[in-house]
Design a protein around this ligand. Structure first.
Ligand code: AMP
Length: 405
């Protein structure tokens, strides 16, 4: 079957055309036929890019909203000249990445009026994401009337969290009245990593115990006992947990109110500090970009080294905590821009844990850059792995399952 997978941000629309089937899922041979994006929607000049399937297109256009962005991209995909999508009728469905599904939308679903209302209700929890995801859904429905639209949620798999992992130790009325609890994010990536890890180890993903580390500009971990997430590091919002590019991650909550008082900050101002000015950027005073920081550390920049050390130690603490909660893990998987590419961070995160049976092979680790592979030493009990994530593939597979069911 053929699916268009769409991921809409505030000023961007990314898309992939994916071919999948039961057999292709089993063999991990589903194909991304074309991928592209429209960036800077609503600016004077927007950029449209389409690659693969024999295409290598880059255009500058004036695009004012998501509807126009989809229309322009589809004009090219459907044109005789490219032939990437011969006819709209060839498309079996459109899959949408939706950041927040709240407590009701735990699995990918075909979008009907009720689902759309529920996604809209979740805007209160994800005001920066769900409105744009909805814009993509509405644009796709207009462009492909009659084609099923499917929503896949970043919070979805984390709805398997047990209550003891998702409740905050604050008065429970805030959960009951306002839904304040831990939701978790990056769920599509964590699910893909669990599935692919089990596949690579030749075991069932229903049986495996695995810690998945999605380490990009945003970063989170999940601890899977089979298909259940027993804990994850992001919480009510993606601010909790690991140190990230520009987000602080875990923090004594008293620091927040103290800074607000000292600096006379509004909610928006403190939100900006914690989400946009903290993390690797805040610690280093230089950049949120791990690759640049690794370069600076090599030149002897102490603040860059400290930022990398704080990032890596927080990661190591979470890995150890999840290893304990799981009572040992079959595998620890690294992914995302940092997890897939940075030997130095991976090595720091899993060194000195031989007491737990976690032993990296430094040479094998150094060789793994942006590709699947293992880097555990023979003396370890836990497989250490790198797996490039593929959230769009997960969405296309969910579309397939939703429509087959
Ligand atoms: P993502 O959000 O998944 O695209 O990841 C972005 C992060 O990955 C940035 O901090 C990049 O600096 C980092 N990254 C990308 N490539 C490398 C690399 N080769 N070595 C270290 N970090 C990298």
């Amino acid at each position: 079957m053929l699916f268009l997978v769409i991921n809409c941000g505030s000023s961007s629309l990314k898309f992939k055309l994916v071919e999948t089937s039961s057999e292709q899922i089993l063999n991990n041979s589903d194909k991304i036929l074309v991928h592209g994006s429209v960036q800077d929607i609503g600016q004077d000049i927007s950029t449209l890019e389409i690659h693969d399937g024999g295409l290598d297109i880059e255009k500058e256009l004036e695009i004012t909203n998501h509807h126009e962005a989809l229309e322009k991209a589809m004009q090219i995909l459907e044109s005789d000249e490219t032939g990437a999508l011969k006819s709209i009728e060839d498309l079996d469905g459109v899959g949408h990445r939706v950041v927040h599904g709240g407590e009701l939308l735990s699995e990918s679903v075909v979008i009907d009026e009720k689902v759309e209302e529920q996604i809209e209700e979740c805007i209160q929890f994800a005001p920066l994401h769900n409105p744009h995801n909805l814009a993509g859904i509405r644009a796709a429905r207009e462009h492909f009337p009659g084609t099923p639209q499917i929503a896949a949620f970043d919070t979805g798999v984390h709805q398997t969290l047990p209550k003891k992992s998702y409740m905050y130790a604050i008065p429970r009325k805030y959960y009951e009245k306002h839904g304040i609890r831990r939701y978790g994010f990056h769920g599509l990536s964590h699910r893909y990593l669990r599935w692919r890890c089990a596949h690579m180890l030749g075991t069932s993903s229903a049986e495996i115990k695995v810690i998945t580390c999605h380490l990009g500009n945003g970063a989170s971990l999940a601890a899977f006992d089979g298909k259940t997430v027993i804990d994850t590091s992001m919480g009510f919002t993606p601010l909790e947990g690991l140190v990230m590019g520009t987000r602080s991650g875990d923090l004594d909550p008293a620091v927040v109110t103290y800074i607000m008082q000292l600096e006379d900050f509004s909610r928006e101002e403190i939100d900006r500090v914690l989400n946009k000015e903290s993390g690797l950027l805040g610690l280093s005073g230089e950049t949120n970009d791990m690759r640049t920081l690794l370069g600076l550390m090599g030149e002897g920049n102490e603040r860059a080294e400290l930022a990398i050390d704080v990032f890596s130690q927080r990661l190591k603490k979470y890995i150890c905590a999840y290893y304990g909660l799981l009572n040992a893990a079959d595998a620890i998987v690294f992914s995302g821009g940092i997890g897939e590419n940075s030997y130095a961070v991976r090595q720091r995160a899993v060194s000195g844990l031989d007491g737990l049976g976690i032993v990296p092979d430094a040479a094998a680790n150094e060789e793994l850059v942006g590709e699947e592979g293992h880097f555990s030493a023979d003396s370890g009990n836990t497989d250490l792995m790198v797996i490039p994530t593929n959230e769009e593939l997960m969405i296309a597979r969910d579309c397939y399952r939703c429509l087959k069911n």
